[in-house]
Write a protein that binds this ligand. Structure first.
Ligand code: ZN
Length: 253
């Protein structure tokens, strides 16, 4: 019946190909960077699909938005490289205006059918009390895109020139409303996650250093990221070490 297991699962087999679908540049790194780095190191092809252009990612009302978008695109490529990733694709919807409509679902579906990932990662569309509309829409698009991608009667116009439907083996939702799965990660994975997060230089003064507290902001930022993974590691079955947390769905795929 798809009930949430009482004991969370731990560590999927390393996939040969993973696709992470996010609203903005830096979301993948914050939510799943260490897991993606772990898999990439073991030979997984890690692809990013970024749905918006990141054009609202500044608190400077006088910022040149064209420059910001160009910079954030370059930062996302650098972050992917820091994780050992193999590709980044942007859909370039306007930041803050992402809709989970049928046309955008078709775009996500097309990428899933092209990349053919074993594991898809995305925002949990059912996360309660989340404010950002793009994160809700991106989660819905991820889930709906998977359903469409696997079925030959969704977006039939795409199924030409050798393009086939594709069914992933697993979906990992991050920012999960109900955590039922952990990926254990190590110091090297954390280091890669931090390097990838710090590649998003345009976000350092805002998102990254927001509420880091007293002290050197970069050191505090690194400590807080480590603390977060350590707390998740303590929550995980193992009880120690570092981890990232997800809601794993396999039974409806
Ligand atoms: Zn975001």
């Amino acid at each position: 019946m798809g009930a949430v297991p009482m004991v969370p699962s731990m560590n999927l087999s390393v996939p040969t190909c993973a696709l992470v679908i996010v609203a903005h540049p830096d979301d993948a790194e914050f939510q799943a960077g260490a897991t993606l780095a772990k898999w990439a190191r073991q030979g997984c092809a890690v692809h990013h699909l970024v749905l918006t252009d990141g054009s609202k990612g500044t608190w400077d009302a006088a910022a040149d938005i064209g420059e910001l978008v160009t910079q954030r695109r370059a930062e996302q490529f650098a972050a992917s490289a820091a994780l050992g990733g193999t590709g980044v694709e942007f859909l370039d919807h306007v930041d803050g205006e992402l809709d989970a409509d049928r046309a955008t679902r078709a775009q996500v579906c097309a990428v899933i059918r092209a990349v053919r990932p074993q594991v898809v990662l995305g925002h949990d569309p059912w996360k309660r009390y989340r404010l950002h509309p793009d994160h809700r829409a991106a989660g819905q698009l991820c889930v709906d895109g998977i359903v469409a991608a696997r079925d030959p009667f969704f977006h039939v116009d795409q199924l030409v020139d050798g393009v086939e439907p594709h069914r992933p083996d697993a979906l990992l939702l991050f920012e999960a409303d109900v955590v039922n799965h952990y990926e254990r990660v190590d110091e090297a994975d954390l280091a890669a996650k931090l390097a990838a997060l710090e590649a998003h230089t345009s976000q350092m003064a805002t998102t990254h250093f927001y509420k880091v507290g007293v002290g050197d902001p970069l050191e505090r930022f690194r400590e807080l990221q480590r603390d977060k993974l350590a707390a998740l590691g303590a929550d995980a079955d193992a009880g120690s070490g570092l981890a990232e947390a997800f809601h794993l769905i396999v039974d409806q795929l």
